[in-house]
Each structure stands twice: as C-alpha cells, then as structure tokens.
Design a protein around this ligand. Structure first.
Ligand code: SF4
Ligand code: SF4
Length: 122
C-alpha cells in the first residue's frame, strides 16, 4: 500500500469538454479586448506566486485554460479572491498584464461581481 504523502499540491479531477459544443463567444470578446491572453503558455508561474492562491482556490493559469475551452462556470468565481496585488504580472514570462486581464475577465464573465460596491444598497 502506498503511504499518503502531502506534497502540497493535488491532482485535478478528470473532466471532459466537447469543444464542438463549447460556447466561446465571451472568450472571443475577451481576446479582442485582451489579445495578450493568446500568448499564455499555461506555465503556472502566476498561480505559483499568487498571494491569494495559498488560501483560496484562485488559480489564474487554470482559469485562463478553462476560458479558452468555454468552461468559465467552474472557475471564474475564483477571481473574487483576487486582491489585485500584481505579483502575477512580475513573474509572467510572456509579459501579460495579468491584473488588467483579471479585471477584464470579471467585467465580461462575472458582471455582477465586477460592479462597484455601492454600500448599504444605496
Ligand atoms: S493580482 Fe490576483 S491573481 Fe495576481 S498574484 Fe495578486 S491575488 Fe493572485
Ligand atoms: S504566468 Fe503568464 S504565461 Fe504563465 S500561466 Fe500565468 S498568464 Fe500564462
């Protein structure tokens, strides 16, 4: 029997996505606004350096990957944990302005969570 070893990371559950049926309309809108997203090579440097990633599910690499597959429902809510600290910009080898990208993703995919706080519903 293999002993349980905590390596500090885990494997994602297997998933199956039918790309022929994927709805990529929002991703096309995002890519038109943020063409640098097409440069992402899914290296994971942003996720590894993320200030919120240690405490939440936030994983920008995974979010970008899922958006390219039209599967935003599973991941885009993770962006509510983003603190806009900008560490991910510093480490991205492709020079993507990830903070600006996150803002655009929130505006396009998560319009309610992108709206500014009005305070006490006023
Ligand atoms: S800006 Fe957001 S995604 Fe980037 S390192 Fe900071 S908390 Fe993480
Ligand atoms: S660091 Fe840049 S290239 Fe690497 S996964 Fe993040 S956004 Fe993509």
């Amino acid at each position: 029997m293999t002993p349980d070893i905590n390596f500090g990371f885990g494997l994602s559950k297997s998933s199956r996505i039918n790309l022929d049926n994927a709805d990529n309309e929002k991703f096309r809108e995002l890519a038109a606004r943020e063409p640098d997203i097409l440069k992402c090579m899914a290296c994971g440097s942003c996720a590894a350096s993320c200030s919120a990633g240690n405490f939440t599910e936030l994983n920008l690499r995974k979010i970008i990957l899922m958006l390219t597959r039209g599967a935003e429902k599973e991941t885009v809510r993770q962006l509510e944990s983003c603190m806009f600290c900008g560490k991910c910009i510093l480490v991205c080898p492709r020079g993507i302005n990830t903070r600006h990208l996150i803002k655009s993703i929130r505006e396009i995919y998560c319009r309610p969570c992108a709206e500014p706080e009005t305070g006490n519903g006023i």
